[in-house]
Ligand binder design. Structure first.
Ligand code: UDP
Ligand code: MG
Length: 312
């Protein structure tokens, strides 16, 4: 490793990735070999894996001087692993990529060229297709991006991956955001800076299985909404105002009917429906408030975002 070359740090969150790690390492070092104008540093973050991931990383660390690893005391989630990796990275540029080769390392030379020759601080990637993914997952992902872009000032690109190359300036900016509820796609966008988007077709995982099931993704999307928009709270008040307005109109109609037509007692079914409807809306609004309150509670507790058990 020559001293005065620019350095790229590659940050890789790993949760139960023993099968893919050897494939990943040979792919990324193969690409690094085609870029002699830069030094590479690799930071693998073992997010409390239950398989032999840590053993594989220890071995990598012994075999290569430019590989470091961090191992968490338990599974803290990909967002926490990303933060630990970014905090540890020392490069002039930092690349974040998944271990499963769904983020093609072949794009790296092109990304590096763009960040060094054009006026960008970040070269990000997005998938233009989602082939190989269950259609229901793509459908809901698509709805989520539409919804969050409507209600949040921070714009989020549909199909955006966490796979991106950032300058030191941008990484330092991200590290100033100390929040507990970390929704990286939002944080990357929130800090600003010039971002160039590179598009590619979805890649399938080389080995192992996805770590996110549908329920987890749903919760994750709610985290994202709570972290980047307070509009649902305003929506709760708006629904309240609308219901009051309807109630007011209904009172007028009932009084007028009573004056002109008397008061036939009928319509218990509609009364029950209305009571249930209003009760439902109230619970929904309380739930929305609860979501924000719980997020605030977690932020206020100020617990560490991850705990390291072992590092090299
Ligand atoms: N990951 C992690 N902690 C977790 C879940 C996932 O560090 O709790 C890592 C995982 O090892 C992989 C990346 O995050 O490198 C993306 O996960 P995965 O490929 O399972 O997600 P998908 O691509 O299916 O959305
Ligand atoms: Mg993946």
């Amino acid at each position: 490793m020559s001293e005065n070359l620019p350095k790229i740090s590659v940050v890789v969150p790993c949760y139960n990735e023993e099968e893919v790690l050897p494939h990943f390492l040979s792919a990324i070092t193969g690409i690094a070999a085609t870029m002699p104008e830069v030094n590479f540093e690799y930071i693998f973050v073992d997010d409390g894996s239950k398989d032999a991931t840590l053993g594989v990383l220890r071995l990598f660390g012994k075999q290569h001087t430019n590989i470091r690893y961090i191992s968490f005391s338990r599974n803290f989630g990909k967002e926490s692993a990303l933060l630990a990796g970014l905090e540890t990275a020392t490069g002039d540029y930092v690349v974040v990529m998944d271990a499963d080769l769904q983020d093609p390392p072949e794009l790296l030379p092109q990304m590096y060229l763009a960040v060094t020759t054009q006026d960008y601080d970040c070269i990000a990637t997005r998938r233009v297709s989602r082939k190989g993914e269950p259609p229901i997952r793509s459908f809901f992902a698509n709805r989520f991006y539409r919804f969050i872009n409507k209600i949040s000032e921070t714009k989020m690109v549909d199909g955006a991956r966490d796979f991106r190359l950032m300058t030191r300036k941008m990484v330092d900016a991200i590290l100033t955001l100390k929040e507990y509820n970390r929704f990286s796609k939002g944080l990357f966008s929130w800090v600003g800076f010039n971002t160039k988007w590179i598009e590619y077709d979805n890649q399938v995982r080389v080995a192992g299985t996805t770590k996110f099931n549908f329920g987890q993704l749903l919760l994750y999307s709610m985290d994202g909404i709570a972290a980047f928009s307070v509009k649902p709270l305003a929506l709760a008040s708006l629904v309240g105002v609308l219901l009051c307005f309807f109630a007011f109109v209904a009172v007028i109609i009932i009084v007028v009917r009573w004056i002109f037509f008397g008061d036939p007692v009928a319509g218990w079914a509609s009364t029950v429906t209305i009571v249930l409807f209003v009760g439902g809306i109230q619970l929904l609004c309380t739930g929305i408030m609860g979501l924000y309150l719980s997020k605030t509670y977690l932020e206020v507790k100020d617990r560490p975002i991850y705990i390291i058990k072992e590092r090299s």
